[in-house]
Design a binder for this molecule. Structure first.
Ligand code: ZN
Length: 302
């Protein structure tokens, strides 16, 4: 299925251009595709080295992975940008000297396709990351969006604007696919960073500011229980540490990790006031507190 989708956004364009724009334009466009394939080979050879490194970086944690991805992004943009700029500036000379005037209409599409290859070169840092993070479904969905865009835009624009439009659509399709891959990786990394267990002994007691805290009950990572999952969220919901610690200074038991308020109350569907069992429990607690023990405690305190 993935192969069909990838074919639709990357290769189906060629017969479409032939069908819509005619054989002569197809010939010119294919010359641009064949020339840009050389650049493709260079970039994809470098990209093929990415996966093992991304897997190793993922094992060192989401922050480390994201940091390395950003470093690669700037390195690829700088080096690929310089190479692509050189190829673009040489294109008119190469076309006129080696292919002749019959192919000069392909110079601009070729130059546009070079920009697209740069987008793929940079974007694959994140596309390969989806494999390293076992997010193959997100890659499939990004490819599907690219395929739908590619076929639709080719049918719309190639009849009017010919192979220049075909080249622009090719570049935009790659940007759609790799842009969605980037968004998926960024969302995953943000969630993963948010659920990293905190360092226990960096925390201070919420009551007395003591740092003399010891773990009491550790329930591991748990999802936020007040959120009703939507169908598309199942399997990708974030987990948070649920751990009770005990303060040896004041005796207070407390959680050592606080879920961000944006998560707790951003889409808050649990209302304590309408939960009958919680109301009954609170009423029982109140009755016990007001049976005289509170007054006894107060008298002792003052
Ligand atoms: Zn304390």
């Amino acid at each position: 299925m993935l192969a069909v989708v990838v074919y639709c956004y990357s290769t189906l364009q060629v017969p479409l251009v032939g069908y819509i724009a005619g054989k002569q334009s197809l010939g010119a466009y294919r010359s641009a595709l064949m020339l840009v394939a050389g650049l493709d080979l260079l970039y994809s050879s470098i990209n093929s080295l990415l996966l093992p490194r991304l897997v190793a970086w993922r094992r060192k944690g989401p922050t480390f992975l994201w940091h390395r991805q950003k470093e690669l992004l700037f390195l690829f943009l700088f080096s690929g940008g310089a190479i692509s700029a050189g190829v673009i500036s040489l294109a008119p000379v190469v076309y006129r000297r080696f292919l002749g005037v019959a192919f000069t209409e392909a110079i601009l599409p070729f130059q546009i396709l070079v920009v697209g290859r740069l987008a793929v070169f940079v974007g694959q840092i994140f596309a390969w990351s989806l494999s390293a993070l076992h997010l193959d479904r997100q890659f499939f969905l990004a490819s599907l969006a690219g395929a739908v865009f590619s076929v639709g835009a080719n049918l719309l624009f190639v009849p009017c604007y010919g192979i220049v439009a075909a080249a622009v659509v090719s570049v935009l399709s790659e940007i759609v696919v790799h842009g969605l891959c980037f968004i998926s990786v960024k969302r995953y990394i943000s969630r993963a960073i948010a659920i990293q267990p905190p360092t226990l002994y960096n925390m201070i007691c919420r009551i007395c500011d003591s740092s003399d805290l010891v773990p009491a009950i550790d329930l591991g990572l748990q999802p936020w229980c007040n959120h009703f999952l939507r169908r598309q969220e199942i399997g990708s919901e974030p987990f948070y540490p649920l751990r009770v610690v005990y303060c040896r200074n004041c005796g207070a038991a407390q959680l050592d990790f606080t879920v961000k308020k944006e998560v707790m109350f951003g889409d808050h569907t649990y209302l304590s006031g309408v939960t009958k069992s919680l109301g009954n429990t609170s009423a029982g607690s109140l009755a016990r507190l007001t049976d005289g023990s509170f007054e006894r405690l107060s008298r002792r305190a003052f």
